[in-house]
Design a protein around this ligand. Structure first.
Ligand code: CA
Length: 181
């Protein structure tokens, strides 16, 4: 299967996943709305001894167009295309909960891909998730949900996993492709 444009390397497919100096490349999206105040550069509370992290504060639910986790959260766009028939997206990152909303959901923005939730803790913790995608072009969304994501299937959908209020920190995000098993 021909590769669509990315070399098979471990090169990070997103810009500024370490938030060294700022949060360039990241936006907080909710359908057509953008919430610039939802994202902030955190200078001191970072993973390890790195510089800078991303602080995400979920907007109040009443301010949102809809509470779909596929459309709401901190978004970064992948550089280049991948082959959805043979490749999946591997995401390594560190995160930390800043309150009692611990379930962080990671998925493809606008749906059309898998998703996975992880449980955050009050201290920094490393995670690795793999999500499938049906598309060559992808952006990823990181968002808080009220309970662990139960996966696709009957009863799944935005109503089953609405976004939750809360805040979290994100750092050292590395995105690569992996071969589909
Ligand atoms: Ca950092």
């Amino acid at each position: 299967m021909a590769h669509l444009g990315l070399a098979q390397t471990d090169e990070n497919l997103i810009r500024n996943g370490d938030f060294e100096d700022d949060i360039t490349g990241w936006v907080f999206a909710n359908f057509t709305k953008r919430f610039p105040d939802a994202l902030a550069w955190e200078e001191k509370d970072t993973e390890g001894k790195s510089r800078g992290a991303l602080k995400v504060t979920m907007p109040a639910p009443e301010a949102l167009e809809e509470k779909s986790p596929w459309q709401t959260g901190a978004v970064c766009t992948l550089l280049g295309k991948l082959d959805p028939e043979t490749e999946v997206i591997k995401i390594k990152f560190a995160a930390k909960s800043l309150d009692e909303s611990p379930f962080l959901f990671i998925t493809r923005l606008h749906g059309g891909g898998g998703g996975q939730s992880v449980e955050l803790e009050p201290g920094w913790k490393k995670f690795e998730v793999i999500i499938s995608t049906a598309h060559a072009d992808n952006a990823l969304v990181f968002t808080l949900i009220g309970k662990p994501f139960a996966g696709a299937g009957p009863g799944a959908g935005p109503g089953a996993s609405p976004v939750a209020e809360g805040a979290f920190l994100l750092d050292n995000v590395e995105v690569t492709t992996a071969k589909k098993k």
